[in-house]
Structures are given as structure tokens and as C-alpha cells.
Write a protein that binds this ligand. Structure first.
Ligand code: KG4
Length: 342
């Protein structure tokens, strides 16, 4: 089944043709350079650029796959969560396309597709597994019981890990997207020079909190400025990166031990982080666990991962009609299907 998939949840306009776990074409038009000027994504600009670019991006995906529109068996689209104006561009385009081609329309949850990036890279990967999903807008620890069946164990109570990286990096004078720049320039951590707090949470032991860390970096930078001192940015960046990775590791491996998971999957933009990958690799080797993460090309937003998830949504009967709408916020387990015992 050849699925034409569309992604426009943030600042990438993307389209792909995917057949099961094979990517026949993938086109990503990123707006990063434009948003860099403002230090972050400007939602109104993102929506306008999606509107301008989507038609050409979809056309290119069809041509690159060596196909014509009549070869398309279904249209899939990211419908949630994300920037509402940005999502609406993709959703409306997908609706028009599915209607005109007379093929099924498959709505795909953005976080589910980040997990599915792993199915493209690791052909034998199958649920159940434990997944740490770390992106710019979300930090979620979930049991992936089946392809469309998720149990959320914990999530961030405030900022996502990527948001913490991006905002702290901005304070350090690093360019957008800060997480990427911070990872590149970070050297060796020094907790004596830059002591950062470890968030202590009551209640759910699998929840995260990153806003206190972000504030600690902001205060460190402001205090230094007031005293006329120079910040050692590569060391502060490394100290923050190590702290965030420590927290993500501790919660994930606690859940793995408590729930008996020996298969761990990383997903989302922050899964590109070099230290996160190393730390998880070392821990999995030590415990004899299997570890999966996507290649760098599939960590950020793209449409190939939407197509990879879409086939499972389709098989599970998740097909939309022309009333499909975009939704800014939606939990990953918004449907209780299959053998879900939530
Ligand atoms: O998954 P994604 O592309 O978009 C969302 O769906 O949110 O994630 C973007 C986030 C940004 O916060 C970006 O700074 C972060 O992923 N990111 C990284 C790295 N690469 C991307 N954070 C830390 N280290 C990286 N190497």
C-alpha cells in the first residue's frame, strides 16, 4: 500500500511516499533559517510558509518516488499535536487530496510518528517496548504495548527537555535551534563551576520537570552578567546536557526495571543528542538490554515517519472523514484500541 504522507506540525513542510517500512521518497522543506532571526518559531510565519510550500513539496515527493497521483493508495497526515495554524495547512491539503483521489484519509498523531521513525530504521523492531519520547514540545515515557496502543507512564509537568535546551541555549547566546547548537559546542561538565539543581518531584516517580533547570541556567547567565564575568558557554552547555541526560536515564531505567522491559526505544528531536545516545548505549550494554534510536535524518520532523505509522493506524481502522480537524494538544493514547487494557 503506497501512502502519501504529510507533516506540517511545526516549522518543517514535509511529504513522503512510504510502503510499509520502506521510504520511496521523502521531502523536507525546513523554515529554520527564517525563524532563527526571531530565536524561535513564529507560528504565523510557519503557517504562511506551509501554505506557500506544501503543493510543491507534495508534488516533489510523488515525482521522486517515480509515481503519479493515480498510484497513491491512501493519504496520511499529522493532525495533532502541534501549532494549530501549521497543522491546519497539512490537514486541509490532505483532505482535498484524499477526496480528489478517492482514497482513505489516515490521521496520524505526531508523537506516534516519531516512534515510527524507528520502524523505518530497524526493520525487525516490534512492540512491546519502553519508549522515551523527547522533543521540543513533549517529554513522555510510555509503554508501547502495540503499534497503536500506548500507556503513558510519565510526562513533563512543565517544560519539555528540548524546550529546556532551546531556552537555556538562547540565554547563552546560542542560535536557534538551541538544543542542536548546545550539543555541538558542549565540552566537559563542571558541576563545581555551574551547580545545577536536580528537580525533586512528589507523586508519580516517572514524571519529569525541566523548568527549574532552565531557570537555574538563566540565573547563572544573569548573575555573571551583573558581576561583569564571562560565562564559559561550552562548560555550562555540557553541565546542562549532562544533567538533563542523567534525569532522562534515571527515570527510563527505573521504569524498565520496575516493569520488566529489556527493549528501550528513543524517539523525537532530542534523541539526536550525542550524550543521550552514549549514556543510553552504555547503560543498555551494562544491563544487556536492546536499544533502538532513529538515524539523525529521521530524528527531526519529517513525513516518512508519518507514513510508517499510518499503515498501523489504517490496519486498526483509524480512518478519518472530511470532518477531520487539527488539534493542538492530544495525548498519545487518545484512542483505546486493540489489546489496550487502559
Ligand atoms: O521532534 P522535534 O524535531 O520537533 C518537535 O516535534 O518538537 O524536536 C525539536 C527539538 C528542539 O528542541 C531541538 O533543539 C531538539 O529537538 N534537538 C536537540 C538536538 N537536536 C535537536 N536537542 C539536543 N541535542 C540535539 N542534538
Amino acid at each position: 500500500m503506497k501512502i502519501l504522507s504529510i507533516e506540517s506540525s511545526c516549522d518543517e513542510t514535509a511529504a513522503a511516499i512510504v510502503e510499509d517500512r520502506t521510504v520511496l521518497s521523502s521531502v523536507v522543506n525546513t523554515q529554520i533559517e527564517e525563524h532563527k532571526k526571531y530565536g524561535g518559531v513564529v507560528p504565523e510565519i510557519a503557517s504562511r510558509r506551509h501554505s506557500e510550500n506544501i503543493s510543491a513539496v507534495v508534488d516533489k515527493a510523488v515525482k521522486d518516488a517515480g509515481l503519479t497521483y493515480s498510484d497513491i493508495d491512501a493519504v496520511a497526515v499529522t493532525h495533532a499535536p502541534g501549532l494549530i495554524g501549521a497543522l491546519l495547512v497539512g490537514v486541509n491539503f490532505a483532505k482535498g487530496l484524499a477526496l480528489s483521489l478517492d482514497v482513505p484519509l489516515i490521521p496520524v498523531h505526531h508523537l506516534r510518528s516519531h516512534i515510527a521513525a524507528n520502524y523505518i530504521a530497524h526493520k525487525n523492531l516490534e512492540p512491546p517496548f519502553l519508549c522515551l519520547l523527547v522533543s521540543g514540545g513533549n517529554t513522555v515515557l510510555a509503554e508501547v504495548k502495540d503499534y497503536t496502543c500506548f500507556n503513558i507512564l510519565g510526562a513533563t509537568r512543565d517544560d519539555a527537555a528540548g524546550e529546556c535546551f532551546d531556552k537555556a541555549a538562547r540565554q547563552m547566546g546560542l542560535s536557534y535551534p538551541g538544543g542542536v547548537t548546545l550539543d555541538k559546542i558542549a565540552t566537559t561538565p563542571d558541576t563545581k563551576k555551574y551547580p545545577l539543581p536536580t528537580p525533586i518531584l512528589t507523586g508519580n516517580e516517572y514524571d519529569f520537570s525541566f523548568s527549574g533547570l532552565k531557570t537555574a541556567v538563566v540565573n547563572t547567565v544573569h548573575n555573571a552578567k551583573q558581576k561583569g564575568e564571562e560565562i564559559d558557554v561550552p562548560v555550562l552547555a555540557a553541565t546542562l546536557r549532562a544533567k538533563v541526560c542523567d534525569i532522562l536515564k534515571a527515570k527510563t531505567f527505573l521504569a524498565a526495571k520496575n516493569l520488566g522491559y529489556k527493549k528501550i526505544v528513543l524517539a523525537g528531536g532530542v534523541s539526536a543528542n550525542s550524550e543521550l545516545r552514549q549514556v543510553f548505549e552504555a547503560e543498555c550494554n551494562k544491563r544487556n538490554y536492546e536499544l533502538y534510536f532513529p538515524p539523525l535524518s529521521l530524528c527531526g520532523d519529517n513525513a516518512a515517519m508519518v507514513g510508517a505509522q499510518a499503515i498501523f493506524e489504517y490496519k486498526n481502522g483509524n480512518i478519518a472523514d472530511m470532518s477531520l480537524n487539527a488539534t493542538a494538544t492530544l495525548p498519545i493514547n487518545y484512542t483505546n484500541e486493540g489489546n489496550c487494557n487502559e
